[in-house]
Design a protein around this ligand. Structure first.
Ligand code: HEC
Length: 225
């Protein structure tokens, strides 16, 4: 699989947003049937792609409460494009922005993050986000659900990495062809080097399938002060 990693400077200044408009990607064919938003079982067939555990042997995996862990597109992981491969990836008609992620972070400080996604065909949408040490992919600080987002966002900790992702109610857009999710990042107590934020999102057409959806993937870097 080859995906152009988007390496963008972290948004500077509080609340500044970064626009993703570039990136192309292609990967070996993968196909899936079934559901995670709806909760039915599903099977994935991979052809030569580096699909990970969720593709193993056509295991039945109910994704009632969001995507499987480790599909942020960072550290060699797949992105949502692994299954939502039928639409576009980082197409310029849409935008993915992450506000509030600092260029320089301070130890133990809590940062309010807001993920915003726009796309002309957005009827439903979902995301996954993780923040890890750039050097070795170890969890950097931790993620928390923002106040008022308890029904829409969850933090799934998988093998010591926090993955924030949408819950079923969080699929409903908050605007016209646009949506946002809020969460908090508590920076590490004793920062060791730069950290990387990875997020992969789906702007879905609302047909209850993984087909015809647009995927956006972003990488942002932040340095300790
Ligand atoms: C292992 C395969 C797989 C991965 C990886 C995956 N999805 Fe899905 N997703 C599906 C399937 C299958 C469906 C269709 C069934 C459904 O809607 O429940 C779906 C449906 C959706 C829908 C509803 C789409 C619509 O048009 O109705 C959203 C939103 C979504 N996924 C978000 C995501 C996000 C965000 C990611 C990455 C962080 C992701 N998915 C990764 C398999 C996957």
């Amino acid at each position: 699989m080859s995906r152009t990693a988007l390496r963008l400077a972290a948004a500077s200044l509080a609340g500044a947003a970064v626009l993703v408009t570039a990136g192309t990607g292609g990967m070996a064919a993968t196909a899936g049937t079934g559901s995670h938003a709806q909760g039915a079982d599903f099977t994935v067939h991979a052809e030569g792609a580096n699909l990970t555990a969720y593709a193993a042997g056509g295991a039945h995996l109910p994704f009632r409460d969001g995507p499987p862990a480790r599909v942020t597109g960072g550290f060699g992981e797949d992105s949502c494009f692994a299954c939502h491969w039928d639409g576009t990836e980082n197409d310029e008609v849409g935008t993915l922005t992450i506000a509030g992620f600092p260029e320089h972070f301070q130890a133990s400080v809590t940062y309010d993050l807001e993920i915003t996604l726009t796309h002309p065909e957005l009827e439903v949408a979902g995301f996954q986000l993780a923040i890890r040490r750039a050097e070795d992919g170890v969890q950097a600080g931790h993620l928390e659900v923002a106040e008022g987002e308890e029904e829409r966002v969850r933090i799934l900790t998988d093998r010591e990495i926090d993955f924030a992702h949408h819950l079923v109610p969080g699929i409903e857009p908050t605007g016209e062809q646009a949506t946002r999710w809020r969460l908090r990042w508590v920076a590490p107590e004793a920062p060791e080097g730069n950290v990387l934020l990875h997020a992969s999102v789906v702007a879905g057409d609302g047909d209850h399938s993984q087909m015809g959806d647009a995927v956006y993937t972003i990488e942002l870097e932040s340095r300790p002060r």
